[in-house]
Design a protein around this ligand. Structure first.
Ligand SMILES: [Zn+2]
Length: 381
């Protein structure tokens, strides 16, 4: 490629001339190059010593994509990894944009090849250890858009017992659950437990962040549950973002992992976990999220004949701040226990139900004991 170090030469050639006029030896030039290179590295930091690639300031167009492609095959090979990833992302995003434009003009446009190469690009960015957070987020968002484009075929319809409007796992590209490590649910759901996700160091998308950002966050939650907690899948059955979307989490086919254990009793049995994105110890969820929570609770209560009194906050099962004071107050208002009430009696999961649950379902030894069991004893006051 001929367009490599133009700006570089323009900027530094006077130095070379001064340095090499008298001696004019190859050695001096090499030395000069070395010194300038070192200086640039010290002063300028990471930007590649090859200079800015020509595509950096180009308007989005096919010729820009061509330029990026050429650069990746030539000068880009030796470029800083972050810059290479930037090129990969721009290329994938551009291919996808053009595919979407073509599709909008002609619904039968053949865009599969372009979408496939965009998908490959986004996946390379996702897999790269050099990708920074913002690049990873763009790759996540790109993958979601790309898959939506060809998607409808792959989206699995939701089972009948899932509230309408829930976004299926297939759409947010959930990791496959390890079904060999989960216990089948009885299907006789009789309690509902509210949580907040409270992901350490990973802020939840604010209201208006959009579907792709929330899907990416949801994948982070699932990853944390599967890798840090070593669970077979995301723990909650449903999740709600601050725009009020309802997302399908762990399938209702299986017992969840969200309420922990009390001694030998698995609190997740017949218990649907619904988690709001964020931390609600001192701030309130958005009204959109609360509306969805209320509608979801109502929907399950109607379908399974669950009384308002069987709606819980996570902290009622174990020693945890979840779902946060503010959301816990909301739960109290929802079920009509808003006044500072004494510990609940027979319907409370802390007392009456334990032995009944244990004798009905035994003590499944699935993955879900891991991680939640340690503090479970704290709740058995
Ligand atoms: Zn919780």
């Amino acid at each position: 490629m001929k367009h490599h170090p133009k700006p570089y030469r323009a900027r530094f050639s006077p130095v070379f001339r001064v340095g090499s006029r008298r001696a004019s030896t190859f050695l001096t030039q090499v030395l000069g190059l070395f010194l300038v290179g070192t200086l640039t590295a010290c002063i300028g930091g990471p930007p590649a010593p090859l200079g800015q690639p020509d595509w950096v300031n180009m308007e989005p167009s096919w010729s820009r994509l061509d330029a990026i492609e050429r650069w990746l095959d030539t000068a880009g090979v030796r470029a800083d990894p972050t810059q290479r990833l930037e090129a990969e992302l721009l290329l994938a995003e551009g291919r996808l944009d053009f595919a979407l434009e073509d599709r909008a003009r002609n619904p039968n446009a053949h865009v599969a090849a372009r979408v496939d190469s965009a998908l490959d690009g986004f996946r390379r960015v996702q897999r790269s250890s050099a990708a920074n957070d913002s690049q990873r987020r763009r790759a996540d968002a790109g993958l979601l858009r790309a898959e939506r484009l060809d998607s409808v075929a792959t989206a699995r319809p939701l089972p009948a017992n899932v509230p309408s409007g829930a976004i299926p796992r297939s759409v947010w590209r959930a990791e496959r659950a390890d079904e060999s490590d989960m216990a089948r649910a009885s299907g006789a759901w009789r309690r509902l437990t509210v949580h907040h996700t409270n992901m350490e160091g990973v802020p939840a998308p604010p209201p208006g962040a959009g579907e792709a950002a929330n899907a990416a966050y949801l994948r982070r939650v699932q990853r944390a549950h599967m890798t840090t907690n070593n669970w077979a899948d995301i723990g909650y059955e449903f999740l709600i973002d601050m725009d009020g979307r309802l997302w399908e989490g762990r399938s209702l086919t299986w017992i969840g992992a969200h309420a922990g254990r009390s001694g030998t009793v698995n609190n997740n049995v017949d218990n649907i976990g619904i988690s709001l994105f964020g931390n609600f110890e001192s701030v309130a969820p958005s009204q959109a999220a609360l509306n969805t929570l209320s509608a979801t609770l109502d929907s399950f209560r109607t379908r399974y004949g669950i009384g308002r009194g069987s709606v819980y906050g996570h902290r009622e099962f174990k020693n945890t701040a979840c779902p946060g004071d503010v959301l816990m107050n909301w739960v109290n208002r929802y079920r009509g226990t808003a006044a500072a009430s004494p510990p609940r009696s027979s319907s409370s999961p802390r007392s009456g139900t334990k032995s009944r649950v244990a004798s009905l379902y035994g003590f499944p030894t699935d993955d879900d004991a891991v991680g939640e069991s340690s503090s479970a004893s704290a709740s058995a006051r």
